[in-house]
Design a binder for this molecule. Sequence first.
Ligand SMILES: *[C@@H]1O[C@H](CO)[C@@H](O)[C@H](O)[C@H]1NC(C)=O
Ligand SMILES: *[C@@H]1O[C@H](CO)[C@@H](O)[C@H](O)[C@H]1NC(C)=O
Length: 283
Amino acid sequence: MDRRLVLPLAALLLLGRGVRPYSDKTVEIVELVVPESPKVGDDVTLTCRFNLVGNNHRLYTVNWWRGKDQFYTYKGTTLDRKHAYSFQGIQVKEEASTEESVVLQDVSEDTSGLFKCEVMGEGPSFRTAVANKTMTVVIPPRKVEILARSQPDPPVYQVGETIHLNCTATAAKPRATLTWKIDDVPVEGHHVLRLPDYEDQRGRITSTLNLAWDPPAYFHSNVARVACHAVVGGHTTIATKDIYLNPASSAALNHLYASKGCQLSTTWTILNLVFFFLVRHSP
Ligand SMILES: *[C@@H]1O[C@H](CO)[C@@H](O)[C@H](O)[C@H]1NC(C)=O
Ligand SMILES: *[C@@H]1O[C@H](CO)[C@@H](O)[C@H](O)[C@H]1NC(C)=O
């Protein structure tokens, strides 16, 4: 046998599960699933997938903590397998929880923290594996609204004035990220301006993004549909509003377009004549 193959082969044999001695038992956590930013009021499923490696290796316990609070235990060795404990912001749905996952009911800001899963194999070795992840419960804005000037209602704008709209997302935590769209197309750059935030004593932030533009840009048939998207921890709230352009002010503009159209047809006529001339004089 090629000597260069001997070492890798030996390594493979040692690593292979089939050749582990009976005493060589380990626990491995394959995956810990903890939603990063669920919304207030959600039911949240935490999952800890594990392997008990080794011949006839059985589960002793799975324990769950939030910080120092142990809120759920699953025992592999008794008939009375599930045990749940309540803490501030932690209410376990015991019937929906299993050896692999635990369901938290109606999460709140108080639920946030570092979540840890610990899996222990049975004695005498009690091999253990732990994994942790942070969960921060977010509060979507209480409302998202688009404010235009109040008179008239609905607002009607004229060609020649600048349109100003405010999108306000109220009392979100963390701060909502706001973006504007007109007819589904994102609007950025000099058209948008971030106004100062307001934070209440509970740390909830009200934020405002201004949108400004000069009509008739973005209007189709004298209407522009504007939308404001407020995103908090991956959750989006959308407000929409139809903005109107005074037809009389755009009629002057239509007239302008019409006269341009007329010029265009004159050019077209000349081109046609030139073509005619060329064709007639070609051999
Ligand atoms: C959480 O897990 C990381 C590795 O993913 C580890 O470095 C850290 O010490 C753990 N923290 C706690 C408090 O267990
Ligand atoms: C937008 O918000 C700013 C700051 O609060 C305010 O001065 C302005 O009048 C608002 N504009 C509209 C159209 O509501």
